[in-house]
Ligand binder design. Structure first.
Ligand code: 13P
Length: 254
């Protein structure tokens, strides 16, 4: 099916210039599988994007953590998709739960952002995921389907979209989803894509998992057939991120 393993490092709102340089040095020294086996994307805060892009090894790429929903202009404090394209930033993370939850980004708003970012030539890591309350109420699949639907209704191609399934209860909590829990939701998302977009989109779109991924738990998760990689928060700031990138080998030997 040719879904290349994908590992994203979401640094969130962390780092100083000195820390950024140190982390990038570590990333540059790390021994990782070739670009044919794994695609690696690092997402520092906006202000460090040019620095990271300049210093980072050429086989890793950068992503912004957000962008504005439409063409730039009189929107104080926002960063537009045009600006990211202009800087040569290839990827953007959209719909992260920290923005959906804390800043009230709706499914529709996220869908609009994804469509606009794609129209400006960016590739998108689109995040979906349920809260603990929603999981306990048995509505996980409904929630992630509705989040995906709001994107599907607004885009004509999925070629430049990676879906990140990030259950809210697993983010930053140390409470990782079990491989079975991740596999179940990824497989449901793939079924949803098959029924509502096309079987081809379903079989080619990468669905990655995020939420308390570490060097210790990544291999077991990576072994699941519908887990195509990871979006890593806390551990992406640490040397163990290299080990998480290496978990791509699990797929190759599968
Ligand atoms: P943690 O890996 O820190 O749980 O964060 C996951 C995440 O939100 C990545 O986008």
């Amino acid at each position: 099916m040719g879904r290349k393993f994908f590992v994203g490092g979401n640094w969130k709102c962390n780092g100083t210039t000195e820390e950024v340089k140190k982390i990038v040095n570590k990333l540059n020294e790390g021994e990782v599988p070739s670009q044919d086996v794994v695609e690696v994307v690092i997402s520092p805060p906006f202000v460090f994007l040019p620095l990271v892009k300049d210093l980072l090894r050429p086989n890793f790429h950068v992503a912004a953590q957000n962008c504005w929903v439409k063409k730039g202009g009189a929107f104080t404090g926002e960063v537009s998709a045009e600006m990211l394209s202009n800087l040569g930033v290839p990827w953007v993370i959209l719909g992260h739960s920290e923005r959906r939850q804390l800043l009230g980004e709706s499914n529709e708003f996220v869908g609009d952002k994804v469509a606009y970012a794609l129209s400006q030539g960016l590739k998108v890591i689109a995040c979906v995921g349920e809260t603990l309350e929603q999981r306990e109420a048995g509505s996980t699949v409904d929630v992630v389907s509705a989040q995906t639907k709001a994107i599907a209704e607004r885009v004509s191609s999925w070629a430049d979209i990676v879906i990140a399934y990030e259950p809210v209860w697993a983010i930053g909590t140390g409470k990782v989803a079990t491989p079975a829990q991740a596999q179940e939701v990824h497989s449901e998302l793939r079924k949803w894509l098959s029924a509502n977009t096309s079987p081809e989109v379903a079989s080619t779109t990468r669905i990655i998992y995020g939420g308390s991924v570490t060097a210790a738990n990544c291999k077991e998760l990576a072994a699941k057939p519908d887990v195509d990689g990871f979006l890593v928060g806390g551990a992406s700031l640490k040397p163990e991120f290299i080990d998480i990138i290496k978990s791509a080998e699990v797929k190759r030997s599968a």
